[in-house]
Design a binder for this molecule. Structure first.
Ligand SMILES: Cc1cc2nc3c(=O)[nH]c(=O)nc-3n(C[C@H](O)[C@H](O)[C@H](O)COP(=O)(O)OP(=O)(O)OC[C@H]3O[C@@H](n4cnc5c(N)ncnc54)[C@H](O)[C@@H]3O)c2cc1C
Length: 358
């Protein structure tokens, strides 16, 4: 139930290989069709199934990493747990290539679920949908996936996929395991308590893929929505689940205040709200406004005890928000770690800490 894998392997290719053995790596992001193990570990990616299985980093037992001085360090063991010394595996996971280059990973695996049921539910209002989501999580129902799309995103997905989602908020869900039927009843009950307008579910793989098509294709749908507009900002703020309704509602308020359509969607069961700002590339004023709107959303997420990035990482774009989120002492500690491991700043310059004073 473990695999040693090189960093250039693509996520879905690995799972295809593992399926013959009845196993899978359960936590890949939605981009697993093209994202690599190295990239996913370096960003500590997560995805639609994180609500049950955690982040990519939660399944890493050990790493081989090349350090800035050319030496090679092995971290972790093959045991599921260890209290031996500093957790170097977790230090490198999510470090976005700024502390070392991952050259091999030992990943933990799990059995493919014995049963899977899933589907989608629509709601009359965004508040009803987000309240239903927090209610399901609070109720302790064992969901593997709980995703939201707002009415504008539904419209975009329909236009791209030809699907027929009503232009209302929709929640997509999946439940894994032998108790799936009972958990489905519990989910249905919670959705009905929040006046779901329609609930569809199935255990048939092809039917499920069809129900999920609109959610799966959002990345492409956003890009194709308006030929005169390009993706200027893709946000991935994440807040405690109790604040999820509030951050989604706030994205709507910011959209009105800044006069910009902002589709909101994402891995709702984790409190993760994705949003996108599409701009005319030749309109600098609109692009500036889009970044200001995104900053407002990030500030609110941080105020709610959340993070500016639940899964994409700081990269170059969110460096200015790192201090607001982490605080002076945490940034100083990160800077100390960076300087100890990469004193000449040769590993992924311009990423995470560059231009953030220690
Ligand atoms: C349509 C779409 C959907 C997406 N959905 C999700 C989602 O559901 N969840 C999610 O978390 N993200 C998602 N993403 C974002 C992105 O795909 C992830 O961040 C992914 O994990 C990055 O993998 P990659 O192979 O593309 O890495 P890259 O983009 O190539 O690299 C990412 C970072 O990792 C560093 N890196 C790469 N390899 C190594 C290595 N071997 N050692 C050290 N550092 C390394 C790079 O330098 C870079 O800083 C999505 C993106 C798209 C376009």
């Amino acid at each position: 139930m473990q695999v040693d894998v090189e960093p250039g392997v693509v996520g879905d290719d690995l799972n295809e290989e593992l399926a013959d053995r009845g196993l899978h790596f359960p936590s890949f992001p939605q981009s697993a069709a093209f994202s690599t193990i190295g990239g996913m570990l370096a960003t500590d990616a997560s995805g639609t199934k994180t609500v049950k299985y955690g982040e990519v980093g939660d399944w890493v037992l050990g790493l081989e990493v090349v350090r800035a001085d050319g030496s090679v360090v092995e971290t972790g063991t093959r045991a599921r747990k260890s209290s031996a010394g500093y957790n170097l595996t977790e230090l490198f996971v999510g470090s976005e290539g700024t502390l070392g280059v991952i050259t091999r990973a030992t990943l933990d695996l799990t059995a493919l679920p014995a049963e899977t049921v899933g589907g989608r539910a629509t709601f009359a209002t965004l508040d009803a949908a987000t309240d239903a989501i927090t209610d399901v999580v609070r109720s302790g129902i064992d969901v593997a996936t709980l995703e939201l799309i707002d009415p504008l995103t539904a419209e975009m997905a329909n236009a791209y996929t030809g699907s027929d989602l009503p232009a209302t908020p929709a929640v997509f869900f999946e439940i894994h395991g032998r108790g799936a039927a009972a958990e489905l009843d519990a989910v249905t009950e919670r959705f009905e308590a929040h006046d779901a307008t329609r609930i569809e579910s199935t255990a048939n793989e092809e039917e499920m893929a069809e129900l999920w098509r609109a959610r799966r294709e959002i990345g492409h749908a956003l890009k194709e929505w308006d030929p005169d507009r390009a993706l200027e900002v893709v946000g991935d703020v994440t807040v405690p689940i109790g604040s999820y309704p509030s951050i989604v509602a706030f994205i709507g308020e910011v959209s009105e205040e800044y006069g910009l359509p902002i589709p909101a969607f994402g891995h709702a069961g984790d409190g993760n709200a994705h949003y996108a700002l599409l701009c005319d590339p030749g309109d600098p004023e609109e692009r500036t406004r889009a970044h200001a709107a995104s900053e407002r959303i990030i500030e609110r997420a941080i105020d709610l005890g959340g993070t500016c990035t639940g899964e994409h990482g700081i990269g170059a774009d969110k460096r200015s928000q790192l201090r607001a989120e982490a605080g002076d002492e945490a940034v100083r500690t990160m800077r100390d770690v960076k300087e100890a491991l990469d004193p000449n700043g040769i590993l992924n310059p311009g990423t995470v800490l560059d231009d953030v004073d220690g």
